[in-house]
Design a protein around this ligand. Structure first.
Ligand code: HEC
Length: 291
């Protein structure tokens, strides 16, 4: 009994210690933005995905890989929907490692639709060494891998409203979150101050600024627009079947509703005699039933 009490005390102390030490420097909560792909019927904005891809190619790709994305995906339904010829042309601009050839050597060739996007660094160590000790994470699923807590009060609302855009909200905020550190903040060596990054010292130099990427359409070339476009693109990369998921999910709900109605009518039909002649039904003892 005493041992049991002691155990409880240790557990309580450990829980208290853990909760009090977490998050020495809280990051600020990202703003909740409007996304075309939010909600029950959300779909991606093709032009936005194409702009986001342009930013990935011109800026983020210098440091971040997207190892799970293939060139052919660029022409897939539900994505940026480049034509297969456009996707082919994009692939051909990349050098992909292939081989070994008949001499047993690896060689480089132009990319094809079936290839994955080649990484900017040969391995994680090289990526780390080139970025002050922090390897830029792979971007294949980062929009789904990053989230933030909106607090227990908003949680039920988020469930009802099907809020699932924590990742893109965070990415868009992160790209706009670079600031001069406050006086009393001890910024770690080689880090930048970013109020949305947990700990607030990030080893990624501010990657985007106004006017950096020239758009082919007439969207404004501003940091605000860039941050939304790249976040939307990364959401598609992380969940390329989002549109299909939402469509099928809706169809399933309609199907279940119709089925529930039919089951109800079938039940009414089967039990109709009982409902029509309630007085004719006299209970019988179980022994009276034939076996
Ligand atoms: C100069 C190299 C470089 C470029 C260019 C760059 N990044 Fe990064 N990025 C990094 C590094 C390094 C980290 C890891 C930071 C850390 O852990 O402190 C990182 C981390 C991130 C993270 C993860 C943050 C987290 O919560 O862990 C996101 C998201 C991100 N970058 C987005 C982008 C986007 C979007 C672009 C293009 C607009 C971009 N980065 C361009 C180097 C870069």
């Amino acid at each position: 009994m005493i041992a049991h009490k002691n155990m409880c005390a240790v557990v309580v102390a450990a829980v208290l210690a853990a909760t009090s030490t977490v998050k020495a420097v809280e990051a600020e909560n990202p703003a909740k933005l409007k996304w075309s792909f939010a909600g029950l019927f959300g779909v991606f904005d093709r032009a936005q995905l194409q702009r986001g891809f342009k930013i990935y190619r011109e800026v983020c790709q210098n440091c971040h890989s997207v190892s799970m994305l293939s060139f052919r995906n660029l022409a897939d339904k539900g994505g940026p929907q480049f034509t297969p010829a456009q996707a082919q042309a994009i692939a051909a601009e990349y050098k992909v490692k292939d081989g070994p050839n008949d001499q047993g050597e690896m060689f480089e060739r132009a990319g094809r639709l079936a290839d994955r996007f080649p990484p900017p660094f040969p391995n994680e160590q090289a990526a780390r060494a080139a970025n002050g000790g922090a390897a830029p994470p792979d971007m294949s699923v980062i929009a789904k891998a990053r989230s933030y807590e909106r607090g227990i009060a908003l949680f039920p609302l988020d469930v009802i409203m099907a809020y699932q855009e924590h990742g893109p909200d965070y990415i868009a905020a992160l790209l706009k979150g670079y600031e001069d550190p406050p006086q009393d903040f001890a910024l770690p060596e080689g880090s930048q101050y970013n109020k949305y990054f947990p700990g607030r010292g990030i080893k990624m130099p501010n990657p985007l600024s106004d006017g950096q990427v020239t758009y082919d359409d007439d969207s404004p070339a501003t940091l605000d627009q860039y941050s939304k476009d790249i976040a939307a693109f990364l959401m598609w990369v992380a969940e390329p079947r989002l549109e299909e998921r939402k469509r099928i999910g809706f169809q399933v709900m309609v199907y279940l509703l119709i089925l529930a109605g039919m089951m109800y009518l079938a039940k009414k039909h089967v039990w109709r005699n009982v409902a029509l002649h309630p007085d004719k039904l006299t209970p019988r003892a179980p022994t009276e039933y034939s076996r």
